[in-house]
Each structure stands twice: as C-alpha cells, then as structure tokens.
Design a protein around this ligand. Sequence first.
Ligand code: FAD
Length: 112
Amino acid sequence: MLLHTINSSKSFPDEPTRQQKRDAKELMALLSRIYPCKECAEHFKEVLKANPVQAGSQAEFSQWLCYVHNVVNRSLGKTIFPCQRVNARWGKLDCPDRACDLEGSNDIMPNR
Ligand SMILES: Cc1cc2nc3c(=O)[nH]c(=O)nc-3n(C[C@H](O)[C@H](O)[C@H](O)COP(=O)(O)OP(=O)(O)OC[C@H]3O[C@@H](n4cnc5c(N)ncnc54)[C@H](O)[C@@H]3O)c2cc1C
C-alpha cells in the first residue's frame, strides 16, 4: 500500500526530475535488499532484473508497480489486479473537507 501510495497521481509527478527517477529505482533496489521476508526479497531481486523499474512518468511508474505486484500476486495464487483500474484504487488518496487533519490533544501519549 505504501508503494502504491508513493506512486499515486497525488505523489509522483507526471514529469519527474532525474533525481526523482533515480529515487524510484533506488527505493525498489533497497526494498529488494532489506525487505524483512528473505524469500520475498530474493524473489523481488529476480523480478526487478526481469522487469527494470520504469519511472519516466507517474503513469509509467504506477503501471510498472501494478505489473510487478501482479507478478507477486500470481506467484502466491492471488487474484490478478486489473491495471487499468490502478488510478481508481490508488489515485484519489486526498481527503475531502480536511477529513485527514490531525485532531485532538498535543500530548503524544494521551493515555499515560
Ligand atoms: C517487494 C515485495 C515483494 C514481495 N514478495 C512476496 C513474496 O515473494 N511472497 C509473499 O508471500 N509475499 C510477498 N510480498 C507481500 C505481498 O505482496 C502482499 O503484500 C502480502 O501477501 C499481503 O497481501 P494482502 O492480501 O494483504 O494485500 P496486497 O497484495 O498487499 O494488496 C493490497 C491491496 O492492493 C491492491 N492490489 C492488489 N494487487 C495490486 C496490483 N497489482 N496493483 C495495484 N493494486 C493492487 C488490492 O486492492 C489489495 O487489496 C511482497 C511485498 C513486497 C512489497
């Protein structure tokens, strides 16, 4: 969910800078090394080798991530997600009427 959120239309730009494209690739490479499930990390390294990160635009990056998530889904026997619906699923993560604003106390441990 974090990864789909990062490359949703609200976050990753349509025209990323070279640095942003590099960041996207590095994030995936890092994940393939530090993902806590070792088997998953090894599998992801292979997936990345076969499907190098495509982050030339927000649309390209989100379609690429959808594709590789489906590679994982397939290997787990899960349902394949229709990638044409990726924006419907992940694109509208804004909060109308400030519904996501923090509310309540400034005390970070209010129940102490
Ligand atoms: C880098 C990486 C490698 C992984 N490798 C493995 C592995 O080898 N073996 C393993 O057991 N687990 C692996 N996982 C974890 C696996 O992908 C799931 O996150 C985990 O099994 C929990 O699944 P879930 O059903 O909660 O939801 P997820 O599969 O995480 O899906 C969450 C939500 O995302 C949406 N979604 C599903 N597929 C897509 C898609 N293709 N595109 C866009 N949205 C989609 C759906 O709405 C779904 O409800 C890996 C995760 C990562 C990040």
